[in-house]
Design a protein around this ligand. Structure first.
Ligand SMILES: C[S@@+](CC[C@H](N)C(=O)[O-])C[C@H]1O[C@@H](n2cnc3c(N)ncnc32)[C@H](O)[C@@H]1O
Length: 292
């Protein structure tokens, strides 16, 4: 193919969009815009006013390299390197789940319940990934003592970067579920929030390439049924929650009813489900009564 010497931003965007569409990317236009903005070092919102501008050689090379990665179905967030979460910009990349919009709702429930618990609530985010739930709580609940646990080193690396980049105070602990918490926190935690792995191995196989080929299995797959991590967590939580403290769990929509029933039978009251932005049951919360 003969490469025209000069292309405008508009032409480059059109080319990128066509290439991504042909590669099966679900959102070729917005993705092209995000990549073009990144290549030009500008905000996406200003692109519309710059359609006739020529795209310089360097920006063009950067854009082509990024479009090639996206056409191989690498997640947009890994290529751009950052993603917004409740007003915070966080970094994520290989080894970390890409934070999802529904998790903003999970974090929102944890934030609201933590605020209701009064001054200096203690909050734990289990399976922190790049740290978004813990960071949002630290940003939005003044005085909260926030802990985050994460078993996998690569994900912890991203969380540490985000702690440094935001300057927010979260104690990040390596290890399994709630096990890394200091014993002195036993019976003192106000809110435990988690977006745990909740898929079965089979379910992952039917997910888009972006997820199946790039995001870490340990962030997605719980085991043969998908409920394994949630069940393990339910065993540990009673050791740590204060009487009247809250458990907030992000689940797959088809798990919400089962998890709701489970919480109601193992010592939680006020068990409710919050829907995600597209109306699917997504976040289950319950208040620990201390009586199983
Ligand atoms: C679905 S991801 C959620 C990440 C992040 N909280 C978010 O919402 O974007 C689940 C995370 O839990 C971590 N994880 C899986 N099993 C764990 C365990 N037993 N203990 C602690 N972390 C675990 C994974 O490494 C992954 O980072």
């Amino acid at each position: 193919m003969i490469r025209p010497a000069r292309v405008s931003v508009r032409e480059a965007l059109r080319e990128a969009e066509e290439r991504l569409e042909a590669a099966g990317v679900e959102t070729p236009r917005p993705d092209s815009e995000w990549l073009a903005a990144e290549a030009l070092g500008v905000k996406r919102a200003v692109l519309a006013g710059r359609g006739d501008d020529p795209l310089g050689e360097e920006a063009r090379a950067r854009l082509e390299a990024m479009v090639a990665r996206r056409a191989r179905r690498e997640p947009l967030a890994y290529i751009v390197g950052t993603v917004g979460f409740r007003g915070i910009e966080v970094e994520c990349g290989p080894g970390s789940l890409v934070p999802r919009p529904e998790t903003e709702i999970t974090a929102g429930r944890a934030i609201e319940l933590a605020r209701d618990r009064g001054r200096r609530p203690t909050v734990v985010d289990v399976g922190a990934g790049c740290g978004v739930i813990a960071l949002a709580v630290a940003a939005e609940v003044p005085g909260a003592r926030v802990f985050a646990t994460e078993r996998h080193g690569a994900a912890r690396g991203w969380a540490l970067r985000n702690l440094a980049r935001t300057g927010l105070r979260v104690t990040l602990l390596p290890g399994d579920l709630l096990e890394p918490l200091h014993p002195a926190l036993g019976g003192c935690v106000d809110v435990i929030a988690s977006n745990p792995p909740y898929l079965s191995g089979d379910e992952v196989e039917s997910l888009p390439d972006e997820v199946r080929r790039y995001e870490p299995r340990e962030a997605l797959v719980a085991g043969p049924t998908g409920l394994e991590v949630i069940l393990d967590l339910l065993e540990e939580v009673p050791l740590w929650l204060a009487h009247g403290g809250w458990l907030v769990l992000e689940v797959a929509p088809h798990q919400a009813e089962r998890v709701t029933r489970l919480l109601a039978t193992v010592g939680y009251d006020r068990v409710t489900v919050t829907k995600d932005l597209v109306g699917r049951d997504r976040v289950v919360e319950g208040r620990w009564t201390g009586v199983a």
